[in-house]
Design a protein around this ligand. Structure first.
Ligand code: NAG
Ligand code: NAG
Ligand code: NAG
Ligand code: NAG
Ligand code: NAG
Ligand code: NAG
Ligand code: NAG
Length: 503
């Protein structure tokens, strides 16, 4: 045997082994959070993480078909683009098993790593389980709910998530206006002052509002490197909450409005929202949405419930000449997802922009107690009220408010524990201003945050002994290591009085 030949062979084999090892041995995917406080790291990860907010099953959907499934989640769009990569869903019932693929759409900005995503498919009838199967063969079971088939009203107003919520005045105003014009309010809460929360629960009992927890997203067992979604999604995933509201009421109502708590709409052509929206759609039936621009307003915010009076509040309203980007009212069969202002899956031309009325945007109240520092930060001018609010409606609102208060011992008891001046508003407003409003609306383009993901998750919120807070809480689950998307979700969602007033 020639020893040099066998040595050569050994070297060849070694070289082949090294090449095979380099090509096929999986690069480790880590297991840790990548910290990116500047929110500018655009690295692509081998695995995109995704947090599932909710999964809905529709036995019969006008727009999604029979046995439809809608998954609403946030996905890391910079690592993998879910609109280009279908997911495989396995639905099982007693007798059948159906494997289908999804079609996804995203709604949000490309400047944030995580984006609201809806994946749609059709599956077995009456599924007992739903699973996602990944390209690497891993299977994960996902919890699902039946979408609603009935609702308290034909018009739903979905209110984006509230955190460190203290402006009970805005809630009382909005919830009575919503009720008076025939809508039901669905509100998402992350954290809220306890006394305010107890009053909100009274309105829920009386059938004015439905309250739902909006939780923080968490990857409890990520199994590969990840970015925390909370600081890397647009405004606490507000678009996700609005999309969740759309998907749960999709088959149950005629109209859905995606508003903030400070976006008030007074109908102008009819006495109820339902008739007003019917009328608007009759003018342009093919519209994807009714688009109401927002007009800034200031008003005198009462410091106590005793001083709360719709006649005085409306009397103090003053309008700004400027109009800001608006909010939409939609027919749910025409929408599968939405963003904060409208769905980006519809052309601008398809939106019916309503010339009048506008939303009465009450972001800038003046206080009876306390100073108004937010007004110095971002200055605006106000003149006499330039929106139509009927006196008859204002009187009815005041009467309904008095009756509600008179009817509820809890409201009477809690009213003395409500905060009489703003504490969190100036802190949150300053934080939002620095992170976003300054460069987006107030021409301060030298901001360090120019063009970055609109998010204020890292803003510091002090806590106060005298005003305890209720916060959403949950347990979390992570699926196996799935490629290219790994999924996480929450279970046992509840309220906690142990967390405090945080985002
Ligand atoms: C919503 O999804 C359904 C089912 O995939 C589709 O037929 C419909 O066109 C979608 N609508 C919009 C507005 O994207
Ligand atoms: C994802 O893919 C869609 C469809 O191809 C495209 O419109 C969108 O810009 C892509 N998003 C990103 C972040 O690349
Ligand atoms: C299971 O799904 C199949 C296919 O959708 C359907 O034909 C069957 O009726 C379903 N079984 C039950 C018990 O709903
Ligand atoms: C305004 O009130 C806030 C909190 O109530 C306080 O921290 C701040 O110093 C006050 N500012 C002025 C100018 O009085
Ligand atoms: C009131 O609004 C109308 C249009 O909606 C505008 O033409 C008019 O100038 C406004 N008046 C004032 C005083 O701002
Ligand atoms: C308030 O409630 C009391 C009894 O509960 C009733 O007698 C009174 O008429 C009510 N007042 C109003 C304004 O509804
Ligand atoms: C304008 C727009 O983005 N339209 C898209 C809406 O979603 C459907 C289905 O995903 C696409 O086919 C459209 O191009």
């Amino acid at each position: 045997m020639n020893p040099s030949f066998s040595l050569k062979t050994i070297f060849k084999l070694l070289a082949i082994f090294v090449i095979v090892y380099v090509v096929f041995y999986p690069e480790p995917d880590g297991n840790s959070e990548i910290i990116d406080t500047k929110r500018t790291n655009m690295d692509r990860l081998r695995i995109s993480h995704s947090f599932i907010n909710n999964v809905y099953y529709y036995k019969n959907s006008k727009s999604l078909g029979k046995n439809a499934v809608a998954i609403v989640m946030v996905t890391d769009q910079w690592s993998h683009n879910m609109t280009e990569i279908p997911l495989t869903i396995i639905g099982k019932n007693e007798t059948s098993k159906v494997k289908s693929t999804t079609r996804s759409q995203m709604d949000g900005v490309t400047t944030c790593r995580y984006i609201t995503t809806v994946a749609l498919t059709n599956t077995v009838e009456n599924p007992e389980s739903l699973e996602i199967q990944s390209r690497n063969g891993e299977i994960m079971s996902i919890p699902f709910k039946h979408a609603k088939t009935t609702a308290p009203s034909k018009v739903m107003i979905c209110i984006s998530p509230q955190f460190a919520a203290e402006q009970w005045q805005l809630f009382i105003m909005h919830v009575h206006i919503s009720r008076h014009f025939g809508a039901h309010m669905h509100i998402y809460i992350t954290s809220i002052i306890e006394s305010y929360f107890k009053i909100m629960l009274e309105y829920e009992k009386a059938g004015y509002v439905t309250i739902q927890q909006w939780i923080r997203m968490k990857f409890i067992d990520p199994k590969s490197d990840y970015f925390d979604p909370n600081p890397h999604v647009e405004w606490r995933n507000q678009a996700g909450a609005q999309t969740d509201c759309l998907l749960q009421y999709k088959e149950a109502v005629d109209y859905i409005a995606f508003f903030d708590i400070d976006d008030l709409l007074f109908p102008k052509y009819a006495t109820s929202y339902w008739e007003e929206f019917n009328y608007m759609y009759s003018l342009r039936p093919a519209s994807s949405s009714l688009y109401y621009k927002r007009r800034e307003h200031e008003f005198l915010k009462p410091s106590t419930l005793d001083k709360f009076n719709f006649i005085e509040i409306v009397g103090s309203l003053r309008s700004s000449p400027s109009l800001k980007s608006g909010k939409v009212v939609i027919q749910p069969e025409k929408y599968n997802s939405t963003w904060i202002h409208f769905s980006q899956n519809h052309s601008k031309r398809s939106r019916f922009e309503i010339r009048s009325p506008h939303l009465v945007h009450v972001q800038r109240p003046k206080q009876q107690n306390g100073n108004d520092t937010i007004k110095d930060l971002w200055k605006m001018t106000f003149d006499q009220l330039n929106e139509t609010i009927r006196e008859m409606d204002v009187l009815a609102l005041q009467l309904d408010f008095l009756m509600r208060k008179n009817d509820s011992e809890v409201i009477q008891e809690m009213q003395h524990r409500l905060p009489d001046s703003d504490f969190y508003l100036p802190i949150v407003f300053k934080c939002y201003y620095d992170r976003f409003y300054s460069w987006a609306f107030d021409a301060k383009q030298q901001s360090d945050n120019f063009g970055t993901c609109p998010n204020a998750d890292e803003c510091y919120l002090p806590q106060r002994q005298e005003y305890p807070c209720i916060h959403s809480d949950a347990n979390y689950k992570s699926g196996p290591k799935m490629k290219p998307f790994s999924f996480h979700y929450a279970t046992d969602i509840t309220w906690s009085d142990q967390i405090g007033c945080y985002q």
